[in-house]
Design a protein around this ligand. Structure first.
Ligand code: PLP
Length: 356
């Protein structure tokens, strides 16, 4: 009789599924979700809109009207196409699959977003992680050396970076783009609503650059929609590995509806930016806490004992992310998602308990 161990890849057998802790009963500040639900009148309108969706039909593989609206609302340059993914996670997977030639590599600064490495491995590509400087700025010299040495197919730059929260220096990024003449440089702008800085206006300016976004951190994590903007020469090829019906009809219809209400989502992002400033200031005043600058809807904080802080917060029913074991540069660091004013007040009270 065959067992999974006979058939499944060794590296998959050795993996663990992506951990998502059960957060019921907790103030959930571990996954950079937007804390605000849709206003009730808008939710009712959306329900009516969704009631008209043909669930019996496959989704449009390249929904023209939705793509046009997305381009318009998100200011995608005219010389760029847009490719949709079931979250930007799926786009990261598609890029890996499309580039998975023997010996091909994917390079990114570390600590960074773990999915670049996960999907590289799953597509049998080597992942090259280039450590950031201790202050989480790019080690541009090391990046350029690694690009020269490894000639990676893909270079990821998250702007801002997760979990460190900072925006890399624009000149450093330009030098990397200029040096990566044999690579595709993917600028990951998952946190763009909180950064107020973007490479999107320049997405069509380079031979080797695409810009990736998601609506997840904007308040729509549940619908799973990511998008990639770039020159048609790249997107036409990547589209060939996209599962044909990867973005379902309810997601398409919800996005179509809510893109007409982007002002509401932008206003929520503005509130969260204000809360980020408040949280940064108040956490920095706590004994032993070092807060790093953030352009995302989260704060990276170094504390005297990350495990103890995590456990104390858990006891106070506040769920955060202990990132201290992810990378040596993150020693004793925790990541706090910026929540609503009330959630942040609870978080601060719990942090006071932990740090006093
Ligand atoms: C959250 C996140 C994503 C993935 O977002 P989804 O669209 O929800 O899959 C991509 N990149 C970074 C840096 C993120 O933090």
């Amino acid at each position: 009789m065959t067992t999974p161990q006979d058939i499944i890849r060794r590296d998959v057998l050795a993996m663990t599924s992506y951990p998502v802790p059960d957060a019921s009963g907790y103030v959930k500040l571990d996954a950079m979700e937007n804390p605000f639900p849709l206003p009730a009148p808008l939710a009712a309108q959306l329900a009516e809109h969704l009631a008209g969706v043909a669930l019996n039909r496959y989704p449009a593989p390249r929904p023209g009207e939705l793509l046009d609206k997305l381009k318009r609302v998100m200011h995608v340059p005219a010389n760029c196409d847009v490719l949709l993914g079931n979250g930007s996670d799926e786009i990261i997977s598609m890029i890996a699959v499309a580039c998975a030639q023997p010996g091909a590599k994917i390079l990114a600064p570390v600590p960074g977003f773990v999915m670049y490495q996960v999907y590289a491995q799953l597509a049998n590509l080597e992942f090259v992680g280039v450590p950031l400087n201790a202050d989480f700025t790019l080690d541009t010299g090391a990046m350029l050396d690694a690009i020269d040495k490894h000639q990676p197919a893909v270079v990821y730059l998250a702007y801002p970076n997760n979990p460190t929260g900072n925006l890399f220096d624009e000149n450093d990024i330009e030098r990397i783009i200029a040096a990566a003449t044999r690579s595709l440089v993917v600028i990951d702008e998952a946190y763009q609503p909180f950064a107020e800085r973007s490479w999107m206006p320049r997405a069509g300016d380079f031979d080797n650059v695409v810009v990736m976004r998601t609506v997840s951190k904007l308040g729509l994590a549940g619908i799973r929609l990511g998008y990639l903007a770039g020159r048609p020469a790249w997107l036409t090829e990547l589209d060939k590995v996209r599962p044909p019906y990867n973005v379902n009809v309810l997601t398409q219809a919800t996005a179509d509806f809510l893109l007409d209400h982007i002002d509401m989502l932008d206003a929520q992002a503005a509130q969260l930016r204000a809360q980020r400033a408040r949280l940064a200031q108040e956490v920095a005043a706590l004994p032993g806490a070092e807060v790093f600058p953030s352009a995302g809807n989260f704060l990276l904080v170094r504390v005297p004992d990350a495990s103890a802080t995590f456990e104390t917060l858990l006891g106070a029913r506040v769920l955060i992310k202990n990132v201290s074991k992810m990378h040596p540069l993150l020693a004793n660091c925790v990541r706090l998602t910026v929540g609503s004013a009330e959630e942040n007040t609870q978080l601060l009270a719990a942090l006071k308990l932990a740090l006093h």
